[in-house]
Design a protein around this ligand. Structure first.
Ligand SMILES: [Zn+2]
Length: 70
C-alpha cells in the first residue's frame, strides 16, 4: 500500500495547510491540495461522487436504492 504523503505548508497567520508534492516530468515540484488528492483516490459511487466512509455509495437514497437492486 502506498504511503500517504504528509507534508504541510505554512499559511500566513501561522496556520498549516496539508499538501502533497509531486515531481513533474520536467523535475519541478508541484504542490497539491491534500484533500483533493484524497478525493482523487477515493472510492467512487456509481454516480461519480466520493463514497462515504467504507460504504459503496455516496449516501444518497437513489444510489443506495440502485445498489440494493443491483
Ligand atoms: Zn452516488
Amino acid at each position: 500500500m502506498e504511503l500517504i504523503p504528509r507534508e504541510y505548508v505554512a499559511l500566513p497567520g501561522g496556520g498549516l495547510k496539508r499538501v502533497y508534492s509531486l515531481v513533474g516530468a520536467d523535475g519541478s515540484v508541484i504542490l497539491g491540495d491534500h484533500g483533493a488528492w484524497l478525493a482523487s483516490r477515493a472510492k467512487r459511487c456509481a454516480c461519480g461522487s466520493v463514497c462515504l466512509g467504507s460504504g459503496q455509495t455516496c449516501g444518497s437514497s437513489d444510489c443506495i436504492a440502485n445498489l440494493a437492486s443491483a
